[in-house]
Design a protein. Structure first.
Length: 177
């Protein structure tokens, strides 16, 4: 009798192991998305002569990275932790996103972040810069975590939109405006 029970348990484990992913019971490694991507829009505001950035990053990837890098338990969706997370997001973005024009770094001011379903949207704004002709973008967002990371950029200047991408390990591109 004990052999029959043991045999039945083994059969149950086999069935659950084979069919669990299709039934919505996902092992931890299958619940992660296979795409490592961020999307950044850089919009030149001619009234203020600044570049407004909005960078969209998958929340789960960003939280994992912040946790490993800063040795904390991040939660980018908890209102109670927003101020603490703001400081971490600002620190990370300041060291992984840079704009240069005419050979000079264009300082970026961190505005904040918000949640938008599965992504975090980070907002930044450049210092004033008139008569932009080119803009060099340096970006290593999530390169610390993924060697297949792709960062997509949409540069909007005077109503014209140009897109580019950086795929790990590429770090820079120049947008002619």
């Amino acid at each position: 009798m004990l052999s029959l029970v043991h045999h039945s348990i083994v059969i149950c484990y086999v069935i659950l192991g084979v069919f669990a992913p299709q039934a919505g019971l996902k092992p931890a490694n299958l619940s992660k998305h296979p795409l490592h991507l961020s999307s950044t829009e850089l919009n030149y505001n001619s009234k203020t002569s600044t570049v407004e950035l909005s960078c969209r990053i998958f929340t789960d990837d960003f939280e994992d990275l912040l946790g490993k890098k800063y040795k904390v338990k991040p939660d980018l969706s908890a209102a109670a932790k927003h101020k603490e997370m703001d400081a971490l997001v600002n620190k990370y973005m300041a060291s992984h996103m840079q704009l240069t024009t005419a050979g000079k770094v264009l300082p970026l001011t961190y505005i904040g972040f918000e949640n938008d379903k599965e992504v975090v949207v980070v907002y930044m704004e450049s210092a004033e810069s008139k008569n932009l002709k080119t803009m060099e973008v340096s970006c290593t967002v999530l390169y610390d975590s993924f060697d297949d990371q792709t960062n997509i950029f949409h540069v909007i200047y005077n109503g014209n939109r140009k897109s580019s991408k950086l795929t790990y390990p590429d770090k820079k591109f120049v947008a002619a405006l």
